[in-house]
Design a protein around this ligand. Structure first.
Ligand code: ADP
Ligand code: MG
Length: 702
């Protein structure tokens, strides 16, 4: 039986009940079992003479039992077993609570090894409930003293002892046939121990350095297998529609500004993909305001010039409309016919747009997920672009990419271009979007001003009011963001007249009402998550058209709406937001020619909150902020839910094992270059593991 998939039930020593308990831990196959790594270890390797053990020290002693252990029933529910033991240096009294069975396991005159926490009171030494075993170690058992002992995650019906035993049986049963997934050359290059030894050491390490080596190997291995899995996907490139490369100079000349070097590079990279005959899958990362839309426009231009069609999907109606205006601005003068398809169009309008899509009178359609509705057909579609795709979730992303069958004459899928403003650290992007190529806009358009950022306490409120008044009198607009509170629909009228100063958590609605009282001369609007999207859009429209001076909102405005006239972003209870979120919010201002500000209000004294505010005030670099965010929060939280579809890492930490990640990725790429399908016999084990992981990943993706 192939050891990776062998059912644990068939392992010698593991019965039905034990197998069921292990199943509860997610352990089904022999491979699961030996890969069920300890949660932590207890270093019981030091053995000391009794007299040298300090008070509070946890070590092993080797001692002879001096008398027959005495069992006493103190009361119902309380039994004690007491005994004394000694070595050449001193004596110790030992007590077990409610473990009456030890009375029959410890025998006078025999030598045992005990492990526990020593208590020293003057000359009296004592141990309570120490772990023990015969000095010479018992056959058929795993020594639990005098060594580093693994501690596992447990399930009901399974104790440490049982688990250690099971793992031992597992290791025994695959002795000599643990498949090696890391090629010798890789192991040698990175100084990693071989599989069999590493599995032994990760469970039952001889010493700390063996454990460390084993851990290093498994971190590497995990990332290496992941890199191979993702790399292999990348290679299953399908053929793509050929969109011949253009000279973009004419296009650039038609723009009101000259593209940045970063924009030109991003355009070149994608344009080469489009012309390559292979299907493009590319991610464009660019901080807010870096000018991603222009890059998209250039690619649409290449597509349309080749006689094909393009679609552009945005996460909200407002954004779709904004893109519609911007892209029309860039492309309509060049003769590109641009349409808009959103859910809120009247049925007759929708029908019109769909008809135009079907009969070829539109070259580019911009829309929301309405683009994905059944019955939408877009013959000639060759390029599918999504903006802010992390908001769509993985499923929609793949569905959009597969909107192929739209062209009855072609079985080729459209090229996929994904644009994201979430500045995912490069290393993490490498993994998450391992199946996408990466372009980055690492440069803002010229003349962009830094958004001055300050962190203040809530006592500053009166001064902030004055600042808001001043800006609005100058014709600017202001965003105020409040964190979501549970009772967002709390009756605002019922709020006490004297609104508490301090950092009280006001909902957006309450806050807007308070502002209306404090700044009666200003026009103040409010959007929050509980509103219908049409109502939200209506308020956003008012803000866009300048009918509002101040917009109070929960984070709904995070999503890329461009209001160049907005000059202040005020974030209340800023400590409640993650770094990346704060950065996204700040990106809503400073988009025009006006000097812009971001003020973070918080009274939090916590270390973590302070360091976040400090980073925000010090840097405007989205990538740096994302790295910090990842460091502070860890990768699990980075994306909120596990939307990214990555398998869970067992040993590796995507936040900190960055260097290993890069190395393993390099090694994987080299290997795949030699043996793309991992079909060489020496790569069989690796291939099997990659398959296993791919099955798992596809499981999460669906
Ligand atoms: P993103 O979507 O990456 O946040 P946008 O595409 O909305 O950014 O661009 C932000 C603003 O910068 C827009 O007003 C756009 O017209 C402008 N812009 C884009 N590229 C340039 C450039 N090369 N020079 C000057 N302004 C630019
Ligand atoms: Mg944008």
């Amino acid at each position: 039986m192939e050891p990776f998939r062998q059912n644990i039930r068939t392992i010698k020593g593991i019965g039905e009940k034990r197998a069921q308990a292990l199943n509860k831990l997610g352990v089904f196959s022999l491979f699961d079992l030996i890969s069920f790594f300890p949660r932590r270890y207890e270093d019981r390797s030091t053995v000391k003479p009794i007299a040298l053990v300090q008070d509070g020290e946890s070590v092993c002693i080797t001692a002879v039992v001096a008398d027959e252990p005495r069992l006493s029933h103190i009361r119902r529910g309380l039994d004690l077993v007491r005994l004394r033991a000694y070595d050449d240096s001193a004596e110790v009294s030992i007590t077990y609570f409610n473990q009456s069975y030890v009375k029959n396991q410890l025998h006078r005159g025999q030598s045992y090894r005990f492990y526990g926490r020593m208590e020293v009171r003057g000359r009296a030494r004592s141990l309570t409930n120490p772990v023990f075993e015969p000095e010479e170690g018992a056959k058929d058992r795993i020594s639990v003293t005098g060594r580093i002992v693994p501690v596992y995650r447990l399930s009901a019906g399974l104790q440490q002892k049982g688990l250690r035993q099971s793992v031992r049986y597992g290791l025994d049963s695959c002795r000599g046939r643990i498949p090696e997934v890391l090629p010798l050359s890789v192991r040698e290059a990175f100084g990693l121990p071989e599989a069999e030894e590493a599995y032994k050491s990760i469970h039952f390490p001889e010493d700390l350095s063996a454990l460390e080596l084993a851990r290093r190997r498994f971190v590497f291995e995990e990332l290496f297998v992941l890199s191979c899995a993702l790399g292999a996907r990348q290679q299953t490139d399908r053929a793509g529609i050929v969109l011949p490369k253009l000279d973009f100079n004419a296009f650039f000349a038609s723009l009101p500004f000259s593209p940045t070097a970063a924009q030109r590079r991003a355009i070149d990279e994608a344009a080469a993909d489009l012309a390559s005959g292979r299907r493009m899958s590319r991610l464009l990362q660019g901080d807010v305001g870096s000018g991603k839309t222009l890059v998209a426009a250039a690619l649409v231009w290449q597509c349309v010039r080749a006689g094909c069609r393009a679609a552009f999907m945005a996460p909200t109606e407002i954004l779709a409309e904004q893109h519609y205006r911007t892209l029309s601005g860039f492309l309509a003068p060049l003769g590109v016919r641009v349409g808009l398809l959103t859910g809120s169009l009247r049925a007759s309008e929708k029908r019109q747009v769909r008809e135009a899509m079907e009969n070829g009178t539109l070259d580019l359609v911009i829309g929301t997920h309405a683009l994905l509705s059944d019955g939408v057909r877009f013959p000639g579609l060759a390029l599918a672009i999504t903006d802010e795709q992390h908001r769509f979730g993985v499923e929609q992303r793949s569905r959009f990419g597969q909107a192929a069958g739209t062209d009855p004459d072609s079985d080729l899928f459209p090229h996929v271009y994904v644009m994201s403003a979430t500045p995912i650290p490069r290393t993490l992007a490498l993994i998450i979007y391992g199946d996408l190529s990466l372009s980055a806009l690492d440069e803002l358009p010229p003349g962009r001003q830094k958004v001055d950022t300050f962190s203040v306490g809530s006592a500053y409120h009166p001064r902030l009011l004055a600042f808001i008044r001043k800006l609005c009198n100058e014709g600017r607009q202001v965003f105020v963001v409040c964190p979501k509170v549970e009772e967002e629909d709390a009756d605002a009228e019922a709020a006490p007249a004297a609104v508490p100063e301090g950092p009280a958590l006001l909902s957006a609605v309450e806050y807007a009402d308070r502002l209306r009282r404090e700044l009666p001369e200003l026009r103040i609007g409010c959007v929050h998550g509980k509103m219908k999207s049409a109502d939200k859009d209506a308020v956003m429209q008012q803000m866009l058209s300048g009918e509002l001076d101040v917009l109070v909102a929960t984070t709904v405005i995070e999503v890329g709406v461009d209001i160049p006239n907005a000059a202040l972003m005020l974030v209340e209870n800023a400590d409640r937001f993650g770094l990346s979120q704060l950065h996204q919010l700040r990106g809503r201002v400073g988009r025009g020619q006006h000097k812009s500000y971001c003020v973070l209000v918080t009274d939090s004294e916590s270390e973590d909150a302070r360091s976040r505010m400090k980073i925000m005030c010090e840097t405007g670099d989205g990538f740096k902020i994302a790295e910090e965010d990842l460091r502070l929060r860890g990768p699990g939280d980075f994306f909120g839910s596990r939307q990214h579809g990555l398998p869970e890492m067992h040993v590796a930490d995507l936040g900190t094992d960055t260097e290993t990640l890069l190395k393993s990725k390099e090694a994987a790429d080299r290997l795949l270059a030699e043996d793309p399908a991992l079909s060489l016999p020496e790569h069989a084990a690796l291939r099997e593991r990659v398959l296993l992981l791919t099955e798992k990943m596809d499981g999460t993706l669906n």
